[in-house]
Design a protein around this ligand. Sequence first.
Ligand code: ADP
Ligand code: MG
Length: 694
Amino acid sequence: MNSVSEIFGSMVFGDSVMKERLPKNTYRQLKKTIEGGRELDPSIADVVANAMKDWAIEKGATHFTHWFQPMTGITAEKHDSFISPTSDGSVIMEFSGKELVRGEPDASSFPSGGLRATFEARGYTAWDPTSYAFVKDDTLYIPCAFFSYGGEALDKKTPLLRSMEAINKEALRILRLFGNTTTKRVVTTVGPEQEYFLVDKKLYDERKDLIFTGRTLFGAKPPKGQELDDHYFGTIKPRVKAFMAELDEELWKLGIYAKTEHNEVAPAQHELAPVFTTSNLATDHNQLTMELMKKVALRHGLVCLLHEKPFAGVNGSGKHNNWSISTDDGINLLDPGKSPRDNAQFLLFLCAVIKAVDEYQDLLRISVASAGNDHRLGANEAPPAIVSMFLGEELDAVLASIENDTAYDPHQAVRMSMGVAALPAIPKDNTDRNRTSPFAFTGNKFEFRMLGSTLNIACPNIMLNTMVAEELQQFADRLEGAADFGEALSALIKKTVKEHRRIIFNGNGYDDAWQVEAEKRGLLNLKTMPDALPYYISDKNIHLFTKHNIYTKTEMHARYEIQLENYSKVLNIEALTMVDMARKDFLPAAEAYSKDLAKTAALKKELGVDTALEKEMVEKLSRLAACIYKKADGLEAALLGAKEHTEPLDNARYYQAVVFSAMQELRACVDELEVITAKKYWPVPSYGDMLFSV
Ligand code: ADP
Ligand code: MG
């Protein structure tokens, strides 16, 4: 094996390759485009495209693809080959600037929420030069934004880039107020920690629920679950280790900073954490990571489950979105810093985040809403569906002192000329931080923990960037006009802390008492996706996104509908799969077992042996089989009823209230049957088999 430094980024058309292969002038211009977040100048596109093609061919590429993230949440690609016929009947390898900059996939089947009229069903892709091209599977991948003929965003990347632009603009205004003249650009950074399960491929193949829905729709609790906590950070089994090693190598080749891999709480559950990078790259990288996890797993006879809740009774999988704001000259704006000036600036950015999270709780909740994640949030393993913030005792005490005009620490208290109490050093040791908080300050960044494992992280980061940009804008508007900056700053921080303190909660988020307390504080508790989604199109939120040019009103309505429809569709597939398995797998199993028991009873009777046991067992099996039969019919009827609810929200609510309960009722009968059925009759691998097989 080559050394890691040789492998790392070897398949990426990154900065060093560009520098080496592009004419000086072109390189400089391209660099400006990348750093300025601007569109590529058509005059240099041909040169860049040609260099990129030559490099890609050396790496074994024969095709290129415009790689984008439609509203399905996963990535899409359409491959074209480089070949171009010549007059003498042979071919040459060609790739023009036009092809690099803009593609036109025939993409009429992606969900667009009605944004593309049928006469203009095409979507267009445009290279996002802030994300480097790379070679994978003999193909040159060009990371792209995806939009309609009319310019409406049809993807997750366009709004993400717009939101990064918005926060850049407003954060720079704030920095200038603090006398910073050197920073040219402010970016948000993200490090997403990714959880996943690995199960044996042979077992996976025997379960239709896993194949069709990514999660088990049935399954009795195994004798052992995660109660001993013996998997968390435990020794990694050889097969898993081999998988992780290969995954790391594949990711490194693509310039993805995979750093830590460890076992998670549930059996068969693991986590991968990369080193953080800009939100845009982190999003692309996380999409690639998920894709490669699945692919590499197959090479090891494993299947990687990215569903938020593949197994009932043990933890589901989440994704922690570690988020911060940084400058191009390397300052982390959420780092408290050492000097009083840094402290004051930090406090202002902190206040912007506090105010944003309080005012846009609904958006944060919506950003992680999905059918799958509904199984996690509030289920005593993941953060509750209530959005709140954890700051830690120390920082909380600082805010209290500001709010009440008291000294933070009588021995150390200093009132600075800026009017803001100096902060003590915030401990970076996060070992005892609150794991139950959905949005926790962890020393120099915030960890947003409500994300489900499958989620495209663009969604929460669009929300985060935009809502914080809004608060920074309000702050800048106020402070720029102030006669006395120090005084205005001090007053602003105090006012913000006072008005938004309710969002800060340092206690146990899993505690029932928190639900009651949160309600008293007037915080939202949006338990399910259909509860949360209507807030997306509230006047407040439409105002926010249109004001910062992230979405138009039409785009928001489209996204709202797509999400709701997706929710209903997911539940529909799950319900159909359950009916199918109940009738084709579980009922015949009950019948087969009953038949053999009845035969045994008949033989025993001939011998004059008591058959009370067989009788009782057959009775039990018959009772449960009847229950399954009835509940499967009930679920089918519930599905038919959905057709009467055509409006998307009404439809999603119906699925949540009626179909979902019918699913749970059916599952209960089947799981009860599984417990009393002899192994050889049970048609699918058990939870014990799946969770402890690798
Ligand atoms: P843990 O949460 O397991 O204690 P860390 O706090 O060290 O681990 O880091 C978790 C994740 O946070 C990593 O992916 C890391 O790269 C990321 N991270 C660290 N600093 C920042 C930052 N300034 N911005 C965004 N993500 C960050
Ligand atoms: Mg973490």
